[in-house]
Design a protein around this ligand. Sequence first.
Ligand code: GLY
Length: 406
Amino acid sequence: MPAKGASFVTSVVVIGGGVIGLSVAWRAAQRGLRVTVADPAPGQGASHAAAGMLTPVGEAAHGETDLLRLGLDSLARFPAFTTELTALTSQPTGFRETGTLQVGYDADDLAILSELRALQEAMNVPVQQLSGRECRMLEPMLDPAIRGGLLVAGDGSVDPRLLTRALLAAARQVGVTLVTQATAEVITRDGRAGGIRLADGTEISADWVVLAAGWNSAGIAGLPAGTAPQVRPVKGQILRLRGNPAQPLLARSVRGIVRGSCVYLVPREDGELVIGATQEELGPDSRVTAGGVWELLRDARTLLPGITELEFAEASAGLRPGTPDNAPILGPSPLPGLVLATGHFRSGILLAPATADIIAEYLATQRLPAIAGQFAVTRFSGQDGQHGQDRQHGQDRQHGPDGVQP
Ligand code: GLY
């Protein structure tokens, strides 16, 4: 930690110590770069609220094939990523490869699932179509009214709070400096980002500034006009119930569509059951509301009546960083020296391993891996002449619990 008001030099300063910022810092330090992360409360933003479901198809909407490809790529990196983290730090991450069961409650909900199946098949994601009875053979505690579902055996889940703790330990172990202060502004010198100024006035000079501040990325001071990424907060309320680890209600994550609204339930080995999440466009409002909690419990109980027996442990809310097309912004920005790793919206946990490798590669070599090509910030200004995908605009999505996003 630098002395107050002092200045120090690093090769890379990462603004934001959530799962994305810490993953980038860890991987960049492994590439031999001197890395500093600045965050007043590392891991306490969207990463703290997240459920950690790793389900690329479930998070992508129709037409979002580039995002889906990136999600599948990142999911494939998860086993090695978490194994390496645990080997280095002896910290668990809660990573499980138990798959996802996507269920439809009524006939209309089942019709939404069949569209999802088409997307899965188009992307060669192995998926098995199941009747309601077959769903209950896999998950006997599901409500008998459920009409059918899809089993995606390749999906997984991770505990984002454990993951953050392991990433913090791993980053420290490879020499990353953690500064628990807010960033007051990005410093520019001769038309290039040259570091940051912290809230207490301390200057950190750096060759590269990585902006990984989640929904706050748009509000960072000091950036020339037009260079701040377009990111907005999208609130998600989420619940945590505590059950008996010896008698889990679910063996795998369940995403359900209940009369048009989507809810997910993610079981953990310690008996916790996470229920998420609302999707609300209310600006930087992170209050938990009675209506949000009620809607989540209503839909979760419709799918899994046994939740009423579990202890209510926590209700929280996080702010996802949404972009105009719901896909992340990865790579260089119009301001030389400023690198963007932000806007991951609903997929920050899933996309952490791929993002870390992409950004570390860029910082070390100034080359961007091909898979990142569709996620340049220039897509919003039309500078690259391609908009990539026929994505829904985030603001147009249905609100309420998770929209109807299958
Ligand atoms: N990734 C799940 C959510 O954003 O709610």
